[in-house]
Design a protein around this ligand. Structure first.
Ligand code: HEC
Length: 126
């Protein structure tokens, strides 16, 4: 059989369509089973890169939980875990008043005024 140009073009098209359909089937099957849904993003997620966030994690998280939301109950080896967000945090109407509180509170006493301000900013941030 003489291999004509038309035959080659047709064969290539057939091969492409076969490959395309198998790929589609493979992809179709794959996407349904491997699709991952992103975890819901919370609007109150703390900015993890701010200096205040790092200070909070190092100095306050032991009693108040890993994130700004704190924990509502339970105890730690050091003392009771306390919620440090609203409504508690709203008691301190300004960052400055919160920073002043922190300066006299627990590990905050060991930090500088600037560091306490950074933590206050972090706790007050939306
Ligand atoms: C040793 C455990 C401990 C550490 C460390 C600690 N706290 Fe507290 N925190 C407490 C306890 C217990 C309370 C509740 C009693 C009180 O006000 O002292 C509290 C209360 C608070 C309150 C609420 C105060 C009020 O009057 O409503 C804020 C805000 C707060 N902490 C922030 C911080 C920050 C910021 C840090 C880090 C610099 C920190 N805490 C470190 C144990 C701790």
């Amino acid at each position: 059989m003489r291999i004509t140009r038309k035959f080659v073009v047709c064969s290539v098209l057939v091969i492409i369509s076969v490959l395309a359909s198998t790929t589609l089937i493979a992809c179709g099957g794959g996407t349904t089973s491997t699709t991952t849904t992103n975890p819901p993003t919370t609007t109150t997620a703390p900015p993890t890169t701010s200096p205040g966030a790092a200070l909070y994690k190092a100095s306050c998280a032991v009693c108040h939980g890993e994130n700004r939301q704190g924990v509502t109950s339970g105890t730690t080896v050091i003392g009771p875990a306390v919620l440090v967000t609203s409504p508690t945090i709203t008691k301190f109407t300004t960052e400055a008043s919160l920073a002043t509180f922190i300066a006299g509170h627990q590990t905050g006493k060991n930090l500088t005024a600037d560091q306490n301000t950074q933590i206050a900013q972090f706790l007050k941030a939306p």
